[in-house]
Design a protein around this ligand. Structure first.
Ligand SMILES: [Zn+2]
Length: 453
């Protein structure tokens, strides 16, 4: 299904389409025939009904580009992915985490060791995420500084909003070139150099997350020093927690003094509002309470959790406790970079909890999943004052989606105005199509990736 209209490349511009967004104050806005206007500074100037806004924009000689029946949504915020792992996406289903890492992941990350590899792979990875509708990406690199530097350069050029971090491992690392005696100091020094070069670059579009891989591959000292580095520099701190039963047992063996897995990071000073923990599937009430108490944020990665048979997050229980949760693709633990697919698997997983273990708390509705993939992700990163919803004054991070590709009857004309907003979103989730995202913009600048014809 082609679409001949030329999409705007740079601001200022206005788009006429169906506009659907969560709102910072709660609830949603849905304009079946709407307009969004983006100013020259890349900020959203106006969102509203076409009937009201087309004449006002005409007064300032701005004619909206008519993209109906496309649906314009906030860009997706992916809170967890691994850049070098993308080539093995979809491989290794059902292996346990530690076996999968050894067989499919560490050999791949070992190759991501210089700037040339990053220059080859990172731009393709960013195009892939943009094509899936992701405009903000929090991702891990490999352990090598040069490739991380190259990945940042590629993100700077591509235009995606990216928070990246060089993986830190001072135990069981796949990097055979590093002297065990100096690995801790070197990893800290390299991370600090990358922070100095990239954290806050391009007016805050690029950021750094200090990235100890997880408790199994880090000593207590590495965890502690990395958390201190993040606190000192204002960078984020990200790692994995409580993903897989085998992993949890191994962490208990390696950290016999800790009360539980969360306590390992707590003792290191790693919990708090600038911390994003991936997975957090098997938390005890104590661990859950401690994450809520410290305002630590969690990346929920349901497609990865089922792909690797790690478990199902009791999402309703966590949300009721007040945990801040956004969504992550966890490519390549998750086989697909699309957060729409992540929402779909997440919804099926929550339905499974209802039928299998009798969960009775309310499940997320389609519009709740939209919020989880956009505004909740931005809130988890603490950048919801700038992105995550389509509201005047925010930066124009948005996507245009062709809902015709998700229609049940493609032989009939698609009339999106007749479909209720939760039904539009329901089809985007449960009939997600790999080509349905037709345009993605960050600060009004169009990203390479989505099919352009
Ligand atoms: Zn991961």
């Amino acid at each position: 299904m082609s679409f001949p209209v030329r999409l705007p490349d740079r601001p200022p511009f206005a788009i006429r389409a169906r506009i659907l967004t969560p709102l910072a104050a709660g609830g949603f806005a849905d304009y079946p025939d709407g307009v969004i206007a983006v100013g020259a500074d890349g900020q959203i100037d106006a969102v509203g009904d076409a009937a009201a806004w087309v004449p006002r924009l005409a007064a300032v000689s701005l004619e909206p580009i008519d993209l109906r029946p496309f649906v314009v949504l906030p860009g997706m915020v992916d809170l967890h992915a691994h850049l070098p792992q993308l080539p093995n996406a979809g491989l290794g289903a059902g292996l346990d985490l530690l076996t999968w890492l050894d067989r499919y992941i560490f050999p791949l990350e070992r190759q991501f060791d210089d700037a040339e590899d990053a220059a080859r792979l990172a731009p393709a990875a960013f195009r892939t995420f943009a094509a899936a509708g992701t405009t903000t990406l929090l991702a891990y690199g490999a352990v090598y500084k040069a490739s991380m530097d190259g990945a940042f350069r590629a993100a700077e050029e591509h235009g995606i909003r990216a928070i990246l971090g060089k993986v830190m491992m001072d135990r069981g690392t796949y990097d055979k070139t590093i002297d065990p005696a100096t690995i801790l100091d070197r990893s800290l020094r390299e991370s600090e150099e990358l922070i100095a070069a990239w954290h806050g670059a391009d007016g805050g579009r690029l950021g750094y997350a200090v990235t100890p891989r997880f408790a199994i591959s880090c000593t207590a000292e590495m965890l502690r020093e990395s958390a201190a580095l993040a606190a000192r520099t204002g960078a984020w701190w990200q790692t994995h927690v409580s993903e897989d039963p085998g992993e949890i047992r191994e962490v208990a063996r390696l950290f016999p003094d800790a009360m539980d897995y969360v306590d390992v990071y707590d003792r290191a000073g790693g919990l708090g509002a600038r911390t994003i923990l991936a997975h957090a599937i098997h938390l005890s009430d104590r661990e859950l309470g401690r994450l809520v108490e410290t305002d630590t944020r969690v990346a929920h990665c349901p497609s990865s959790n089922l792909f690797l048979a790690s478990g199902i997050m009791p999402l309703a229980r966590y949300r009721e406790a007040g945990l801040r949760v956004g969504l992550g693709s966890d490519v390549a633990g998750g086989p697909d970079p699309s957060l729409f697919v992540v929402m779909q698997v997440g919804a099926y997983a929550q339905a499974a909890l209802r039928t299998v273990v009798g969960e009775t708390r309310a499940s997320l509705a389609p519009l709740d999943w939209l919020r989880a993939g956009t505004l909740d992700g931005a809130t988890a990163l603490g950048i919801d004052d700038r992105i995550g919803s389509l509201e005047a004054g925010k930066e124009a991070d948005l996507i245009a989606v062709d809902p015709r590709l998700t229609a049940a009857r493609r032989d009939l004309p698609y009339d999106s105005e007749r479909v209720a907003p939760d039904e539009v979103m329901s089809r985007l989730i449960f009939r997600a199509h790999p080509d349905m995202v037709r345009g993605a913009w960050v600060r009004g600048r169009r990203l390479e990736g989505p099919p352009s014809d």
